[in-house]
Design a protein around this ligand. Structure first.
Ligand code: NAD
Ligand code: LMR
Length: 329
């Protein structure tokens, strides 16, 4: 081992995504083959035993990069010294629950977690919120961590990005590896906008290669935006392995960089770019280098895109208003 272990805190560790995620972190896919990791798992008390079971299996993996596993049911302890935090555990919407109830229930999770990150995480902490509603949960956590630079709080739209890449590749009969510069804008919800106008396929503009606005508007965009629901309908449970895969991709690229000549999509606090109100945690095209991300600037936004970006951003602004009213931020 060439360096000190990196502390990776994972919440909701005993859940579906947790099970798909932890083994890949332990195998080095999150931070690369030279970086040992210590896992710090956070669960609610009733699920600690299940997390302990997963820890036994992790031990049985004999992963050379896994330098330790600790399990907690207390957020302050779980985030102490964390360098990377994957906030996966969240309160799902249940029957009869209104939107405000959902936001409030998640406020009860993400407010104390934000406070715990503020109190004890390492100076280089990077946070990815996966638990839904991911963008607004990230906003809640961030607003309770005033001592942590705001840009360290991000939410996951990489699954949407990967879904869009796969659908576009299929349409163009091209390998996924040839698709670059695709962008997800806005919220991780059905209002998100997957944008192919700047995307390329083997270096050629993807929108021109598709040349089919009907397919774009009526098939591609709704398919990507509603893919989460399609998976739930087919599997009887929400996406897990693909979500874990996207979480790995998000942190991997943030820490180790996006490939030359490409970018990715991350929901990050807006600096006002592309008319997105400052502070909203909205998905943008981002490039990562030297452990930092930056929003890709200067893209021309056509009318087709503008309307759709604005609609998703308006939904984020409404969610921010709702959690403000509830006193959660
Ligand atoms: P799951 O129900 O299988 O697991 C969630 C786990 O979180 C459970 O083990 C639960 O005990 C735990 N948990 C609940 N409250 C907690 C708390 N306060 N602290 C720590 N742990 C807590 O759910 P899952 O399938 O793993 O999905 C997790 C979340 O990820 C859901 O909100 C889901 O909607 C979301 N999701 C997001 C994306 C995305 O692209 N952003 C994709 C898929 C799923
Ligand atoms: C997904 O995009 O697969 C999930 O966010 C769906 C969900 O509601 O958990």
């Amino acid at each position: 081992m060439t360096q000190a272990p990196v502390n990776v805190t994972v919440t909701g560790a005993a859940g579906q995504i947790g099970y798909a995620l932890l083994f890949r972190i332990a195998s080095g896919q999150l931070l690369g083959p030279d970086t040992p990791v210590k896992l710090r798992l956070l669960e609610i008390p009733q699920a600690v035993k299940a997390a302990e079971g997963t820890a036994l299996e992790l031990e049985d993996g004999a992963f050379p990069l896994l330098a330790g596993i600790d399990i907690f049911d207390d957020a302050k302890q779980a985030f102490a010294g964390a360098n990377v935090a994957l906030l996966v555990g969240a309160r799902p919407r249940t029957k009869g629950m209104e939107r405000a109830d959902l936001l409030e229930a998640n406020g009860g999770i993400f407010k104390p977690q934000g406070e715990a990150i503020n109190a004890g995480a390492a100076d280089d902490i990077r946070v990815l919120v996966v638990g839904n509603p991911a963008n607004t949960n990230a906003l809640i956590a961030q607003s309770h961590a005033p001592d942590v630079p705001a840009e360290r709080f991000t939410a996951m739209t990489r699954l949407d990005h990967n879904r869009a890449v796969a659908q576009l590749a299929k349409k163009l009969n091209a390998p996924v590896g040839e698709i670059t510069k695709l962008t997800i804008w806005g919220n991780h919800s059905a209002s998100q906008y997957p944008d192919i106008f700047h995307a390329e396929v083997g270096g050629r503009n993807a929108a021109e290669a598709v040349n089919d606005e009907k397919w774009l508007a009526e098939e591609f965009i709704p398919r990507v935006a509603k893919r989460g629901a399609e998976i739930i309908e087919a599997r009887g449970a929400s996406s897990a392995a693909s979500a874990a895969n996207a979480a790995i991709d998000h942190i991997h690229d943030w820490v180790l960089g996006t490939p030359e000549g490409d970018w990715t999509s991350m929901a990050v606090p807006s600096d006002g770019s592309y008319g997105v109100p400052e502070g909203l945690i909205s998905s943008f095209p981002v490039r990562c280098r030297d452990g930092k991300y930056e929003i890709v600037q200067g893209l021309e936004i056509n009318e087709f895109s503008r309307t759709r970006i604005d609609a998703s951003v308006a939904e984020l602004a409404e969610e921010r208003e709702a959690v403000k009213k509830l006193g959660l931020i």
